[in-house]
Design a protein around this ligand. Structure first.
Ligand SMILES: NC(=O)c1ccc[n+]([C@@H]2O[C@H](COP(=O)([O-])OP(=O)(O)OC[C@H]3O[C@@H](n4cnc5c(N)ncnc54)[C@H](OP(=O)(O)O)[C@@H]3O)[C@@H](O)[C@H]2O)c1
Length: 125
């Protein structure tokens, strides 16, 4: 049975490249990100490689959505073999041009989003 990899932020950049690489090496993929059109496009690309992909629209800042991601993944594949906690936002600007809201977004996504997914998924490993 093929092993399953869950990748957040799997619709572009490093996350998408990683998803394609795992699919080429025989893994099934759970893809999570917010933008459904990109999720669907990446799912199709993985399907064309002959692997099974489950796309779950998820904002990693939202604990309820992340719980749903884990539950749907387990219901569909039965296991998660590898978790790649990749979803994040990159922000670069002079301090005087950045706001507290900008920093809040970064912390909520890059820090708390990572912890939220760990907290919902560690029991399954
Ligand atoms: N690219 C580089 O050269 C580089 C170098 C060093 C480190 N990194 C780090 O590697 C990671 C990925 O970089 P990248 O360049 O591949 O980023 P990217 O191209 O901007 O892709 C980010 C991914 O994360 C998703 N995402 C963002 N916010 C999300 C949220 N709240 N919930 C769920 N998904 C979310 C995006 O999809 P949606 O918008 O659809 O949600 C997208 O799929 C980042 O942590 C980055 O800081 C990158």
């Amino acid at each position: 049975m093929a092993k399953t990899v869950m990748i957040t932020g799997a619709t572009q950049g490093i996350g998408k490249a990683t998803a394609i690489l795992f699919a080429r090496n025989g893994y099934n993929i759970v893809l999570a990100a917010r933008q459904t059109e990109r999720l669907e496009a990446t799912t199709s690309e993985i399907g064309a490689l002959g692997r099974d992909a489950l796309a779950v629209s998820t904002d990693v800042r939202d604990s309820g959505q992340v719980k749903n991601l884990v539950e749907k993944s387990l219901a569909y594949f039965g296991h998660i073999y590898v978790l790649i906690n990749n979803a994040s936002i990159f922000f670069m600007a002079p301090v005087e041009e950045s706001s507290l809201s900008d920093w809040q977004q970064i912390m909520d996504t890059n820090l708390w989003g990572t912890f939220i997914l760990f907290s919902h998924s560690y029991p399954i490993f």
